[in-house]
Ligand binder design. Structure first.
Ligand code: GLN
Length: 451
């Protein structure tokens, strides 16, 4: 049914970059056979899923939305992929994304944008717009995203779906093509809170192949999603994230959702996190610094595209031609910013200062979590904007990440849950919940209360 749905709508939505129906049907039949043989299978066995095209899977291409990886078939499964396959999930294919996960609209994909199923003239968010749109268009009941600065949560908000960024180290980065290694985190995307929790349980937990993986059990996310009890939960509304500059309908739905939590027994207070105002600036130095280094491996020798290799050119010339042709504008912009920020004369002034801001943000969170159990804010300042509106204005594009970035810098658990439609445009609004590291279960408790 999902393959038929993809066939019917994906020409317009373009949530998928690659679909392998035969493989999916074979995997589904395999689960059927296991059930028929009386073998025990997990709760998500046989459920179809879309995988963001930044996670490797043997036997399928991985492009990261970039031309430079065209034709690359990774020789190994990401840990997340392996856990999905072992749990019997049926991978339908790979979902569209901004090139190397840089963007907030999926318009930076080298393979064309994804459209928002609520209004196909609008963006589905990014970088994981494909994973979010696939859910909203009923092309898949579950998808996997990755979140470095909001790429799970912001697309979830603007498509009316659920997206969770686990605690940094809570899900494995092994086999996730790195954008910024100190920020990247794979996570579950779904249409319901319980679906997301069940998926979180499958992909989460310690992985010795990832040096920053936390050696502790996955918090009881499924129990929390089934409970939804927020009685006595202390909820802090972040003063710096909201109010002036936020779309009125976004603020209105957010305020109503907070009032609902309060009527369900949560204790709501206002909390100030002053350094959040510098978070965006710090992120857009730290991320380019890390990605300029991570993307150096795309040298035309080891992966995908190679341009101009006709015997007349040096390796360096081939490398330059390939990177020139293979990377899009946003990727080049960030490589330039990152190499500049890391250069010896500017390292302290830019990268060093940004790291200090990062520490201040960690301290703001620590202080806040001494008095509250979770923090909340709108997930994004606006609903989905029209395709094309921000493509020539990188700063306007970056502003979509205002609320989501602090949790990546601090490594907290964070999620976006749908809280209705903005009255002025009828488009989905998301509420963000942030919990301390390894308290991911609290996200689901709040999400289930709002559902
Ligand atoms: N909009 C953010 C960026 O462009 C999203 C990054 C991410 O989470 N992958 O950096």
């Amino acid at each position: 049914a999902h393959l038929e749905r993809i066939e019917a709508v994906d020409e317009e939505v373009h949530a998928f970059l690659h679909v392998d129906g035969e493989r999916a049907l074979a995997a589904a039949r395999d689960v059927d056979a296991r059930v028929a043989a009386g073998e025990p299978v997990g709760p998500l066995a046989g459920v179809p899923l879309g995988l963001k095209d930044v996670l490797t899977m043997r036997g399928a291409p991985t492009t990261c939305g970039s031309k430079i990886l065209q034709g690359w078939h990774p020789p190994y499964d990401a840990t997340v992929t392996r856990r999905l396959l072992e749990a019997g999930l049926v991978v339908l294919g790979k979902t569209n994304m901004d090139e190397f996960a840089m963007g907030s609209s999926t318009e930076n994909s080298a393979y064309g944008p994804t459209r928002n199923p609520w209004d196909t003239s609008r963006i589905p968010g990014g970088s994981g717009g494909g994973s979010a749109a696939a859910l909203a268009a009923f092309e898949a009941p579950l998808t996997i995203g990755t979140d470095t600065g909001g790429s799970i949560r912001q697309p979830a908000a603007v498509t009316g779906t659920v997206g969770v960024k686990p605690t940094y180290g809570g899900t494995s980065r092994y086999g996730l093509v790195a954008l910024a290694s100190s920020l990247d985190q794979p996570g579950p995307c779904a249409r319901t809170v319980l679906d997301a929790a069940l998926l979180h349980e499958v992909i989460g937990g310690h992985d010795p192949l990832d040096s920053t993986s936390i050696d502790a059990p996955v918090p009881d996310v499924v129990g929390a999603a089934r409970s939804g009890d927020v009685t006595g939960l202390k909820v802090g509304v972040v003063r710096e994230l909201g109010g002036a500059g936020y779309q009125p309908g976004v603020q209105q739905r957010f305020d109503e959702a907070v009032a609902l939590l309060s009527s369900l027994g949560a204790e709501v207070v206002e909390v100030s996190c002053p350094s959040f105002e510098q978070a965006l600036a710090a992120y857009y130095l730290i991320l380019p610094s890390e990605c300029s280094s991570n993307l150096a491996k795309f040298d035309a020798m080891r992966f995908g595209l190679r341009v101009g290799d006709d015997g007349s050119r040096s390796a360096e010339e081939v490398m330059n031609l390939t990177r020139e042709a293979g990377f899009g504008d946003e990727v080049k912009r960030r490589i330039i910013i990152g190499t500049y920020a890391l250069s010896s004369g500017y390292y302290d002034a830019y990268y060093g200062s940004a790291q200090k801001v990062r520490t201040l943000i960690v301290r703001d969170f620590a202080a806040a979590f001494e008095t509250v159990d979770v923090l909340v804010s709108p997930t994004t300042p606006t609903t989905a904007w029209p395709l094309g509106e921000r493509v020539d204005d990188p700063l306007a594009m970056y502003a979509a990440d205002l609320c989501t970035i602090p949790s990546n810098l601090a490594g907290n658990a964070s999620a976006s849950f749908p809280v209705g439609l903005a009255p002025e445009d009828g488009l989905p609004v998301g509420l963000q919940v942030i919990a301390p590291p390894m308290a991911d279960d609290r996200l689901y408790r709040v999400g289930a209360a709002l559902e």
